[in-house]
Design a protein around this ligand. Structure first.
Ligand code: HEM
Length: 522
């Protein structure tokens, strides 16, 4: 091999190797050294084993060769969704790559996504959670990380019928109105100064979610560092962990990811314990005859779960905590990320902003925004959908795992491999969307687009039996917060603010640079 090409390979590896170290902490330096030494030793010891693995996977989808032991890991780079999309251009609509000891398969076209999530939906309905996900979800017993089994079906049914049913969402309308109005008053107090858009949206979503889950009140002090904890959880869920790729190293937790996630989990656990204990005590006082008007009038999710505890389909306290934790993450981070993306697109596209303001004036006038106005805001709805197309917050959805070997696109997908549906590639494919990089909300006007995963061109909430069950709440909150922020204020970017729509891959893919804007009286 020529010295030049060796240099190039070396530089590429150094460049991409940094993907490993996205979450900087003190242990990374040590982990990097130990890992490098271990890899060298293991390269030699396991070379034979690796080559036999490659030979066996003869009918696997095409894809790049990697190094022994680590496979293609060192070459992946930072933004996995973009990297996978580039690789699809080279290897085709389905390709595979070995990362550590596991085969990963990426599906990039509508036709093959239909095979995975429609024809073989049942086979592909397991999850294979990474170690950080197992840690935060009390051993993968929540709705998002549990495998496709009776327990998962039970929990999902409960979530959909009790928390997210139309009846319950209607009953909680007052809560949403309260919290959105409080958020608008907070912004009033900051008029003329720069405001972090994600922070406003996150806090509002958090208050709505906690009120629905256990009826929080403003005096609860756990809100204080909640955003930081949630951000850390989401960051760790998306950060590559060598223990997942080379399970024999998991005992060492070389990057400290598991320990870091355990810290976040312990923090949440203490909050949940105190809330649940307090509720159990209140319930026992009620059983002794004391009247608790609050609990009689409304049943929040915690109350429903506790009352189910003795029923045949009961949940124990650990399962209840796993569900609370999962719902909080699902509700706060995705929706606040989307509010930020939509506001960024609007502020960077003055024509779009003008059209939205005209629509708000026409539909709402001098009134305060109410949920009943939302279905009439057709243009804002199209803007939100176009933003979902360009910036799907989960660009690879949550990966799936087949419970038996099966065929997709003429290739064998072995039982236990990790399968991604690359929604990013589908949303950016010119075959599906002409001029895919342009922000053109009109694409979504005058046609019946929804978030139910029926049209495989547009899958921001996922598809098949693992589709997001939170669509009705997520959509409502997103539209409500956006309409209120845009109707109440004129938003201006700070002077010298650069036009920046770059993203940072994670399980929720966020705007790389937080959006800050200045509200003025409208
Ligand atoms: C803008 C808001 C939201 C977006 C964009 C979003 C998006 C998603 C996506 C893409 C998935 C993965 C689906 C798949 O793998 O096919 C998912 C899963 C999930 N989401 Fe959401 N979500 C949002 C809000 C919510 C809310 C409010 C809840 C309320 C509880 C929720 C609960 C869940 C759950 C439980 C799952 C796992 C479902 C399963 O594995 O069975 N999400 N979400």
């Amino acid at each position: 091999m020529k010295p030049d090409s060796i240099d190039n390979i070396y530089l590429t590896m150094i460049n991409y190797w940094s993907w490993w170290w996205e979450v900087d902490n003190e242990r990374d330096e040590l982990a990097r050294t130990i890992l490098t030494l271990l890899v060298l030793v293991l390269v030699l010891l396991l070379f034979k084993w690796t080559t036999s693995f490659t030979r066996n996977a003869t009918n696997a989808p095409p894809g790049p060769y990697g190094l022994p032991v680590v496979g293609y890991l060192p070459f992946l780079g930072h933004n996995l969704h973009e990297r996978f999309t580039e690789m699809a251009h080279k290897y085709g609509p389905i390709f595979s790559l070995r990362l550590g000891s596991k085969l990963h398969v990426v599906v990039n076209s509508i036709d093959l996504a239909k095979v995975v999530a429609r024809e073989l939906d049942q086979t592909f309905a397991n999850r294979s959670p990474p170690i950080t996900a197992r840690t935060i979800s009390y051993g993968a017993i929540d709705v998002a990380w549990s495998n496709n089994n009776a327990h998962w079906r039970n929990m999902r049914k409960l979530l959909v019928s009790q928390v997210l049913s139309n009846a319950n969402l209607d009953a909680c309308q007052g809560l949403r109105t309260n919290e959105v109005r409080k958020a608008i008053s907070n912004v009033y107090a900051k008029m003329g100064t720069p405001v972090d858009i994600n922070e406003i949206a996150f806090d509002t979503e958090l208050k709505v979610a906690t009120s629905m889950l256990w009826g929080c009140s403003d005096s609860d002090d756990y809100f204080h560092d909640f955003r930081e904890v949630e951000f850390k959880i989401v960051e760790l869920l998306g950060a590559p962990n060598i223990s997942d790729f080379i399970p024999m190293l998991s005992w060492f937790d070389l990057q400290g990811r598991k320990r870091e996630m355990q810290k976040q989990k312990d923090h949440l656990d203490r909050i949940f314990d105190s809330i649940i204990e307090e509720r159990i005590e209140r319930n026992s006082r009620k059983m002794e005859g004391e009247v608790d008007e609050d609990l009689i009038l409304k049943k929040d999710f915690l109350q429903i779960m506790l009352e189910l505890k003795d029923a045949p389909t009961s949940f124990d306290i650990i399962q209840i905590k796993a569900l609370l934790s999962m719902i909080l993450s699902a509700t706060t981070d995705t929706a606040s990320t989307m509010v930020e993306w939509v506001m960024a697109e609007i502020l960077y596209n003055p024509n779009v902003k003008k059209k939205i303001q005209d629509e708000l004036t026409e539909v709402i006038g001098m009134d305060v925004v109410q949920e009943s106005h939302l279905p009439k805001l057709k243009y804002l709805d199209a803007v939100v959908k176009e933003t979902f197309r360009l910036h799907p917050p989960l660009p690879l959805l949550i990966h799936r795992c087949p419970d038996e070997s099966c065929m997709v696109g003429g290739y064998t997908i072995p039982n236990g491999s990790i399968v991604y549906i690359n929604v990013w590639a589908i949303h950016h494919d010119p075959k599906n969307w002409p001029d895919p990089l342009e922000f053109r909300p009109d694409r979504f006007l005058n046609s019946n687009w929804d978030y139910k995963g029926n049209n495989f061109k547009f899958l921001p909430f996922g598809v098949g039996r693992r589709i997001c069950p939170g669509v009705p709440l997520g959509e409502k909150m997103l539209m409500y917060i956006l309409a209120s922020l845009l109707h109440s204020f004129e938003w201006i970017l700070p002077a010298h603010e650069e036009f920046d729509l770059s993203d940072k891959f994670g399980i929720v893919t966020k705007k790389r640079k937080p959006l800050v804007a200045i509200p003025f009286q409208r």
